[in-house]
Design a protein around this ligand. Structure first.
Ligand SMILES: CC(C)(COP(=O)(O)OP(=O)(O)OC[C@H]1O[C@@H](n2cnc3c(N)ncnc32)[C@H](O)[C@@H]1OP(=O)(O)O)[C@@H](O)C(=O)NCCC(=O)NCCS
Length: 184
């Protein structure tokens, strides 16, 4: 493989933690994908300061940041965060994820997110992962459904995106439903 530090890999992609040296590549990807990302996530700051601040968050116990890479070249294909990790009796986290325009719709996110989920349950000892998705975000709903998430509920006016409070569906997967060991 072209890069080191991979946590897990599948047939086509590998997953590793995001790192400082990824800034230029991630910024270029975010710029070329701005329309696709801002539609669902709102406008995002791509400054070095904003990136450094995200990296600092990932150094703490409550957030983990990953990139999904093409195995052959190491090129970044997507990003996945596990946010708001709560330990103790919950062992839960909330997923955020993005593909990029040039490589979306090829199944890379499905393969990569499956690896992150496995790492969350088997490596980090989490028991539950949630994803909050706007009802008309069909690619995202398809993605989590394919991965075995269940639609659990509906949160009205859940998140402020692009000038309005947007309703979201709450989808979740547990270590049991994912078939992982699921023990802290
Ligand atoms: C949500 C998002 C990550 C989904 O990405 P994606 O590119 O659709 O996901 P994948 O890479 O797994 O591609 C899946 C698609 O590729 C197709 N595909 C093509 N070749 C494939 C292959 N060899 N293997 C598997 N799937 C393949 C699948 O059929 C699927 O299409 P479908 O959903 O129409 O059935 C992406 O749309 C995105 O980043 N959106 C903007 C940000 C966002 O909404 N984030 C989530 C907020 S909740």
């Amino acid at each position: 493989m072209a890069s080191t530090g991979y946590l897990l890999h599948g047939p086509r992609v590998a997953v590793r933690h995001v790192r400082r040296q990824d800034y230029d590549e991630l910024t270029a990807l975010a710029q070329e994908s701005a329309a696709m990302l801002s539609r669902w996530l709102g406008a995002r700051e791509n400054t070095v300061e904003a990136f450094e601040s995200r990296l600092r968050r990932f150094e703490g116990p409550s957030h983990e940041g990953f990139v999904i890479c093409l195995r052959g070249t190491g090129a970044i294909l997507g990003g996945v965060n596990i946010n708001d990790i709560v330990r103790g009796a919950l062992q839960s986290g909330t997923l955020g994820y993005t593909a990029y325009s040039s490589t979306t719709g090829r199944g890379y996110m499905t393969e990569g997110l499956r690896l992150v989920i496995r790492h969350a349950f088997d490596g980090l000892g989490l028991h539950r992962l949630e994803a909050n998705i706007q009802p008309d975000n069909t690619p995202s709903r398809n993605l989590v459904r394919r991965l075995g998430f269940q639609r659990e509920g509906y949160s009205a006016a859940f998140q402020f995106i692009n000038g309005a409070w947007r309703d979201h569906e709450r989808w979740a997967i547990t270590a049991e439903t994912a078939g992982a060991a699921g023990r802290p």
